[in-house]
Structure formats: structure tokens, C-alpha cells
Write a protein that binds this ligand. Structure first.
Ligand code: ADP
Ligand code: MG
Ligand code: MG
Length: 883
């Protein structure tokens, strides 16, 4: 079989759509080469080899060796140089490339093929001894670290020692002889550490690097990244072996990173950074401050350094041509790497560019308007999780703020938190329930766990394409990068800026959209939901079938839900209406009463409040359906706890505190979530549901009279397990309705339905549907009862379940489709058999989870209901579910 695919010289064996086999980098190098974009020749070893390597004790499949040799020969032919040749040596990079881009996860080795003999050839070719030895020592350093596992600090130390010996500060002060000297010192240290010499043979170097890339697929960093991004371990990485081009051979050389559109705002402007006389990762590593590509970019970020547009206009134009060609071809914003060697432009990578949510939205809408993509494609491009960020608060522009300093606006959004100075501490503090801002000089791939749990990230070094910036944008964390005025003192756990000192635990705020670092926390405001957002949501609404409702009980939540486009309330939890201090006392009085008369006395006091709640909700919802769930929680949640509370209730109920205490003891439950709650309350004390039903209908009649809107209350009975419960309680509700309608001489249409949140209810759905007009799957409780896993207590042990792959995701966040999903499917089917037009929906956390929404679409439910802030996400996910 074929394990190796070559590219270069305007040809390629692979294509962009072969990412699974060639990885993203390899597939796109091949595609660029075929498009006639200048790409240094090379070849890709497939991901299948990685799988073979991982599964067969780090060995290679038969035939690979010959195919690699052929690949090398092909590259030699195109580049006119030979691997290991003393006069004209071919040097290569060995680069990893997985299916999904994993920035910084896999390590690249540059300048491979150098040894004490070939370096002489490089000197002759480049006519630059200093460059040749600098390249050589970089190679030994990278190879030593990545392939041989000799840690980075060894080499740093040796460089520092040499600088001390020479009495100089900067790399640029070191001469050709110094670098040459370093090569031997490096090699000696490697031999000391490993007990064997650094490999001189280019073939041995090559196979060592290939093995290291494949091996790195299973290293901790990569495994963590995959876990955070749901990338299966089976995918594997490809290895790209590619002829080196040098951006560090003089002043007519450069290297850079660019985006076809601004990845931060989404504006249709060319955006990028470059460094003259530099190699590969220098730009990303943030060692020198990069220069902007365009005059526009320079002005935008207030940089004094000249733009490439000014210093290398012809090469800049060439790069603009590549920009146009690639964007027209890929029809999406591209993120590219380029290197200029002695006045010639080479492209080293292109991929779909990571972008902020704001940019993502703008690019999709713009590209649709430009005719590059269709509305459907635009909708399909927006990641629902990214949309989430647009819906989050931003700093209130009116709020007072004490700006400490400014850095680059590397990832938008605003966040406050306590300062910590290491990724590990970030994780520790967050485990203790703190919100933190991670402050670092720069970040590296080891930090991703800590970055992920931080509210925001602040670095003092590095550009818009530094590791911190790229990762933060991907994770949706606000990030201010390259805040160069800040001096971090890791030992003292403080940072100072302009004479002011901030210590660990102090609160700061980051505005990632402006690049501001602010002392203390700052008030935030809700984002605008007009413009591109509104346009996209219009397209979304034209595509989706599922209705989207919100879980809301307060007027504020209902108003937010409407603003976000909710088409009704899918779950109004009435118990939330009773926690107000004015009400809870009557609620307690009701619960603790000895008899029906006592309960009715308390319920009479609650009725006007409850009615007023519904009046407000019905008014806000303007004729949209409102599902009201009758009282559900375990009674013990309302019990008074302190002596004072007990005395207050006793007084209101006109009984002694002792009577109340006795009642509390009587009501104590061992397992309240499976106890006296839900419709069991209604079965025991029908007067509770009677009061609630009365409040609903009185409010409905009143709002209908006042506003002329049709009000369609949907009364929902929680936690049922049998038809008899529903029969009994529906009779209570119907009677209350009749009494209200008779008394007021008016009436409204209403329906009565049930939650399906116990496995028995799902199983008995056929007969429950004889009485119930609708089912709402309460997937929180249904998950809890199906898995027999307490949703309040499962956090700690679910972690182990996820680690061991028993449940890939938290079943309380993303529906367990195989288990709980099967019950939903079965109940839907049985319910529909009895009542073909039965209305079906889900409420609970899953209503806002894209994967769960996909499941609801597949099963043709009528609606999903989620928290107000997730409504736009649910709308988008519902549209994507039909594509
Ligand atoms: P990553 O996936 O971390 O971006 P890359 O394989 O893209 O890793 O390489 C790291 C750096 O080395 C990049 O800046 C890239 O442009 C540079 N590089 C890789 N291969 C070559 C090459 N053949 N010639 C010159 N520079 C290269
Ligand atoms: Mg890298
Ligand atoms: Mg790269």
C-alpha cells in the first residue's frame, strides 16, 4: 500500500480533501502545490503509519522505508540538492500534522541533515559561516530536545554560559565561531545526558525525527489537547518531510504568519506579522517583536516599525496574490505561514484560520454577501460554542476603570479574576472555587490546562499570533498579549507596571477587545444583538424546524429570552417564585400545616402573588405559549432552619414553635430527590395544585381581557410515573379552570401535559398520553433517574468515568443518547401512537446543547427549551441539525 505522498514543483499526489490520510498540513501543502503556489518540495507520511506505529510497538509497516527513500529522491531532484551531500546538502524539516489543527502540540525539527561535514557544504552554498553554524546549533538544539529528550534548559544554559564567557548580552553579538563552539558544547552535553553521541548520519537523524513525531501523538500535551477538544486518539498524525527554505540568511530574507482577513474583527483586510532575517517559529515564539505586513495593520496597532508593504513591496504583492488565490479557492479565511529566502517567496502552510466569534460571524456574513458561499454554508460555519462568546457581557464603557496598562487585543471579551502566575496554580485556585486571571511572560503548550480554567490570560511578551493569543482565541478566553510595560516577578508572585505592584490574589480585569489591563473588577453590559448577528439569525430561522423556547420564571429572564428570540417558555418553575422573603413564610406555613384548612389559609395568601407572576409572564410573552410546571421540589428545600425562621413561621401560622419543630422532624427525608416531591405533592394535597391552576387561569383571563392577546397556558405536571396520577391531577386543574371561567364569564384555551422524567413514565407513555396533551422531557431528572446518578453528587466521580471513557461526556451536560435517548425515543413513539398530534419538547440543560439538539431534531420533537442566554445557540444548532 501507499504510505508516502509527494508534493512540490507545481504537482502533488495528495489533495486538500485527503486530510484524514495526510493530516491538515500535508493535505494543504499538496493542494497549494497543485494550485501553483510556491511550496518547497516534500512528502507526507500518512496517518495510517501513525496508527500502525502506535499499535505495533513503535514499528513501521512493510514498504515504508523504500517509499521514504523514493520520496527523498524526488525532493532531491526538485531541489537540485542531495540529502547528506558534503557539497550541496539537502536540508529538511520534519513536521507533524494531524487531521484537526493542534497548534503547538507536535514539535517540528528544522535544518535536519546537518552534521560536521554537510555544514561545510551549507557554508559554501550560503557564503555565510555564521548563518550555517547558527542553523546547525538550532538543529542540534531542536533535535536534542524534541527527538532525544534532552531538556530545553540544558541548551539555554550553555548559550548563557557562552555569552558570559564572551561578555555579551544578545544572540546577535555571537560570532560564527561562537555558534560553532556551541555546536560542540551542545553535542557534548547531549552525550553526557544520554551516554551516546548525537547522531551524525542524516538517515539516522531523519528516522529519529519521524519516530519522534509519531511518538509525540501520545505525549501528555497532545493527549490533554485532544481531551479538551474531543479529538479521538485513533486519528493519528501525519509526518511531513519538506525541503528547508531559510528566512534567516540575510536582510533579504524574512519569515511571517498572515491571515487573509483580520482574525480579530473579521474585517476583509490582509493581516499579518513578519520578522526580517529570522527562522520559522521566531514569530510565534514572541522572542522579537514582529512587524506588521500592511500599513493598515501598523496604524491599527500603533507600531513604529515599517510594514512589509513598505520595505518589500514586490514580495508583499506576491503574497497578496497568494492571499487572493487561496481565499477564492478555499472560500474561507486562511491562516498562512511564509518564508522569504533571498528575495523569493515560499508558502509553508495554509489552513482555515482560527478567529474570534465576532470575526467568525462577520466573515460568514460577508462571504455570503460577496457571493463566495451560500446562506446555508454561512450558517453551517458558525460554531454554536463560539456564538456563545458573542452573547457574553462586555465592559460597560461608562464604568470607572483604573487602566494599569495596555497590551495587544489578542482575544475579545472581558473578564475579571484573581491574579495567578502559573498554569498549575490556576488549576489549584479554580478547584477551590476561585475565578482567576493567568498572568505569564509568555505561555507554552504545557499551560493549556491552566489557560482553559482561567477567566482570562495576560502575557507580557508575544504578538497577535503568539501561543497565548492563538490558544485563547480558540478557547474563547479574553486575552491581552504582549503587555510589554509589565514586569513579572514569578518568585515574589507579583507584577509591576509603571511603579504599581499587583500581587497574587489581587483582582484585575482584562478587556481582550481593547487590550486593556485594569485594576479591580469592572461593571459589564450585554452585547448588541443587531447587525451581522441579526442577519445570521434570520438565515438560521429560515432553516430550522425545531422551535426554541426558554426556561424562565422571572420577568427579567422572560424579557431576555424574548430578546434572544425565544418562541415561548418551555419551563416556568413555579417553586422559584416562592423564595421571596414575603412569600416563603406562607410557603413554610403551608408545608408545615397540620390539616387542609391550615394549608388553605396559607395558600390563600400565596394566590395573589402567584397570579401576579403569571400576569407579568403572559404579558411579556405576548401570546407565545407558556408552560407552567406545578410545584415540584422536595418540601424540605423550603423548611425553616434557624430559630428565627421557625419563630416567624410559628407566628404566621398561629401555632407554637414546638409544633413547627415537630413538623420539621416529621418531614425530614433521607433521599429528598426521590421523596415527597413533584406530583406526589399534588396527590397528597390537591389544594396546592388547585391554587396554582386557579392563579394561572385567573391571570390568563385577565391578560386576555387587558391586552386582547390570546394566552395559551400549558399546565405541566411534574415527576409523574403513572396515568392515574395524571388523571387525578388533570381533574383538579380542569375543575379550577371551570370555576375561574364560570366566575369571570370568560375563558381561554389551555392544555395539560406532563414531564417525562422517570423511566416508568417513558415506558407507560402510551397510556399517559391518553390524558396528557403534551410531554416535556425533563432530561436532567431523566438522566439522574435512568443512570441512578445524583446530579448534585456525581461531579467528583464522573471525572473518573470520563477519564476511563465510560461516558465520553458529562451526561448531565450532553444527553446520553444511547441510554436516556432511547427512553426519549420510545416515549415519543408510544405517546404519538396514542395521540398523533401530541406536542413533544425537552427542557433541562440539554435543551441548549448542540449535540442533544441534533438528537431532538432526529426524533422530530417539536421544541427544545433552554436557559435564555443559550436561546441563540439553540436556534443555530437547530438549523445546523437539519443541514
Ligand atoms: P506548527 O504546527 O507548530 O506550526 P510547523 O511544522 O508549521 O509547526 O513548523 C514550525 C515552524 O517552522 C513554522 O514557522 C514553519 O513555517 C517553519 N518551517 C517548517 N518547515 C519549514 C521549512 N521546510 N522551511 C522553513 N521553515 C519551515
Ligand atoms: Mg510547533
Ligand atoms: Mg505551522
Amino acid at each position: 500500500s501507499k504510505w508516502v505522498y509527494t508534493f512540490g514543483d507545481g504537482k502533488a499526489e495528495g489533495r486538500a480533501d485527503m486530510k484524514n490520510l495526510l493530516g491538515g498540513k500535508g493535505a494543504n501543502l499538496a493542494e497549494m502545490s497543485s494550485l501553483g503556489v510556491p511550496v518547497p518540495a516534500g512528502f507526507t507520511i500518512t496517518t495510517e503509519v501513525c496508527t500502525h506505529f502506535t499499535q505495533n510497538d513503535r514499528t513501521y509497516p512493510a514498504g515504508l522505508e523504500e517509499q521514504v527513500a523514493d520520496g527523498v529522491a524526488q525532493v532531491e531532484k526538485v531541489m537540485g540538492a542531495r540529502f547528506g551531500d558534503p557539497d550541496n546538502p539537502l536540508l529538511v524539516s520534519v513536521r507533524s500534522g494531524a487531521r484537526a489543527s493542534m497548534p503547538g502540540m507536535m514539535d517540528t525539527v528544522l535544518n535536519l541533515g546537518l552534521n560536521d561535514t554537510t555544514v561545510k557544504g551549507l557554508i559554501r552554498q550560503s557564503n555565510d559561516e555564521r548563518f550555517a553554524y547558527d542553523s546547525y546549533r538550532r538543529f542540534v538544539q531542536m533535535y536534542g530536545d524534541v527527538v532525544l529528550g534532552v531538556e530545553h534548559h540544558h541548551f539555554e544554559e550553555l548559550i548563557q554560559d557562552l555569552k558570559d564567557d564572551r561578555g555579551v548580552d544578545l544572540d546577535t553579538d555571537l560570532s560564527a565561531d561562537d555558534w560553532k563552539d556551541l555546536v560542540s558544547r551542545f553535542k557534548a552535553r547531549v552525550e553526557e545526558e544520554l551516554g551516546r553521541p548525537f547522531p551524525e548520519d542524516p538517515q539516522e537523524q531523519l528516522w529519529g525525527a519521524i519516530g519522534a513525531v509519531f511518538g509525540s501523538w501520545m505525549n501528555n500535551r497532545a493527549v490533554t489537547y485532544r481531551r479538551l477538544h474531543d479529538i479521538p486518539a485513533e486519528w493519528g498524525t501525519a509526518v511531513n518531510v519538506q525541503a528547508m527554505v531559510f528566512g534567516n540568511m540575510g536582510e533579504d530574507c524574512a519569515t511571517g504568519v498572515c491571515f487573509t482577513r483580520d482574525p480579530s474583527t473579521g474585517e476583509n483586510v490582509f493581516y499579518g506579522e513578519y520578522l526580517v532575517n529570522a527562522q520559522g517559529e521566531d514569530v510565534v515564539a514572541g522572542i522579537r517583536t514582529p512587524q506588521h505586513l500592511t500599513i493598515h495593520g501598523k496604524q491599527l496597532h500603533g507600531s513604529d516599525l515599517p510594514a512589509m508593504e513598505e520595505t518589500m513591496p514586490e514580495l508583499f504583492n506576491g503574497l497578496c496574490d497568494v492571499r487572493a488565490k487561496l481565499e477564492a479557492h478555499y472560500k474561507d479565511m486562511q491562516d498562512m505561514e511564509f518564508t522569504i529566502q533571498s528575495g523569493k517567496l515560499w508558502m509553508l502552510q495554509t489552513r482555515t484560520g482560527k478567529r474570534t466569534s465576532k470575526a467568525s460571524l462577520k466573515i460568514a456574513v460577508d462571504m455570503c454577501r460577496e457571493g463566495l458561499i451560500s446562506e446555508t454554508e454561512a450558517v453551517d460555519r458558525i460554531d454554536p460554542a463560539q456564538l456563545d462568546q458573542l452573547l457574553h457581557p462586555m465592559l460597560d464603557p461608562e464604568a470607572e476603570k483604573d487602566v494599569l496598562t495596555k497590551g495587544l487585543p489578542a482575544s475579545p471579551g472581558a473578564a475579571s479574576g484573581k491574579v495567578v502566575f502559573s498554569a498549575d496554580e490556576a488549576e489549584d485556585w479554580v478547584k477551590r472555587g476561585e475565578k482567576v486571571i493567568l498572568v505569564r511572560v509568555e505561555t507554552s503548550p504545557e499551560d493549556i490546562g491552566g489557560m482553559h480554567c482561567s477567566e482570562g490570560i495576560l502575557t507580557t511578551r508575544g504578538g497577535m499570533t503568539s501561543h497565548a493569543a492563538v490558544v485563547a482565541r480558540g478557547m474563547g478566553r479574553p486575552c491581552v498579549a504582549g503587555a510589554g510595560d509589565i514586569r513579572v516577578d514569578y518568585k515574589a508572585k507579583t507584577f509591576t507596571v509603571r511603579g504599581r505592584t499587583v500581587g497574587e490574589g489581587d483582582v484585575i480585569t482584562l478587556d481582550g477587545s481593547k487590550g486593556e489591563v485594569i485594576l479591580g473588577s469592572v461593571a459589564t453590559i450585554q452585547p448588541e444583538l443587531t447587525g451581522d448577528f441579526a442577519t445570521l439569525m434570520e438565515w438560521v430561522d429560515g432553516i430550522r424546524r425545531l422551535r426554541v423556547r426558554a426556561n424562565a420564571e422571572t420577568p427579567e429572564d422572560a424579557a431576555t429570552a424574548r430578546k434572544f428570540g425565544a418562541e415561548g417558555i418551555g419551563l416556568c418553575r413555579t417553586e422559584h417564585m416562592f423564595f421571596d422573603p414575603k412569600r416563603i413564610i406562607h410557603m413554610r406555613q403551608m408545608i408545615l400545616a397540620d390539616d387542609e384548612a391550615g394549608r388553605r389559609k396559607a395558600l390563600d395568601k400565596l394566590l395573589p402573588y402567584q397570579r401576579q407572576d403569571f400576569v407579568e409572564l403572559f404579558e411579556i410573552m405576548q401570546g407565545l405559549p407558556v408552560t407552567v410546571r406545578l410545584l415540584d421540589p422536595p418540601l424540605h428545600e423550603f423548611l425553616p432552619a434557624t430559630d428565627e425562621e421557625i419563630d416567624d413561621v410559628a407566628q404566621a401560622a398561629e401555632v407554637s414553635p414546638e409544633t413547627i419543630r415537630a413538623a420539621i422532624t416529621r418531614l425530614h427525608e433521607t433521599n429528598p430527590m426521590l421523596g415527597w416531591r413533584g406530583c406526589r405533592l399534588g396527590v397528597s394535597f390537591p389544594e396546592i395544585y388547585e391554587m396554582q391552576a386557579r392563579a394561572i387561569f385567573e391571570a390568563a383571563v385577565q391578560v386576555h381581557k387587558d391586552t386582547g392577546e390570546t394566552v395559551v397556558p400549558e399546565v405541566m405536571i411534574p415527576l409523574v410515573s403513572s396515568k392515574k396520577e395524571v388523571d387525578l391531577l388533570r381533574a383538579v386543574i380542569d375543575t379550577a379552570a371551570k370555576e375561574v371561567f364560570d366566575a369571570t364569564g370568560a375563558s381561554v384555551d389551555y392544555i395539560v401535559g406532563t414531564m417525562i422524567e422517570l423511566p416508568r413514565a417513558a415506558l407507560r407513555a402510551a397510556e399517559i398520553a391518553e390524558t396528557a396533551h403534551f410531554f416535556s422531557f425533563g432530561t436532567n431528572d431523566l438522566t439522574q433517574t435512568t443512570l441512578g446518578m445524583s446530579r448534585d453528587d456525581s461531579g467528583p466521580f464522573l471525572q473518573y468515568y470520563r477519564e476511563k471513557g465510560i461516558y465520553e461526556k458529562d451526561p448531565f451536560a450532553s444527553l446520553d443518547i444511547n441510554g436516556v435517548g432511547e427512553l426519549v425515543e420510545l416515549a415519543a413513539e408510544r405517546g404519538r401512537k396514542t395521540r398523533p398530534d401530541i406536542k413533544l419538547g425537552i427542557c433541562g440543560e440539554h435543551g441548549g446543547d448542540p449535540a442533544s439538539i441534533g438528537f431532538c431534531e432526529k426524533n422530530k420533537l417539536d421544541y427544545v427549551s433552554c436557559s435564555p442566554f443559550r436561546v441563540p445557540i439553540a436556534r443555530l444548532a437547530a438549523a445546523q441539525a437539519v443541514l
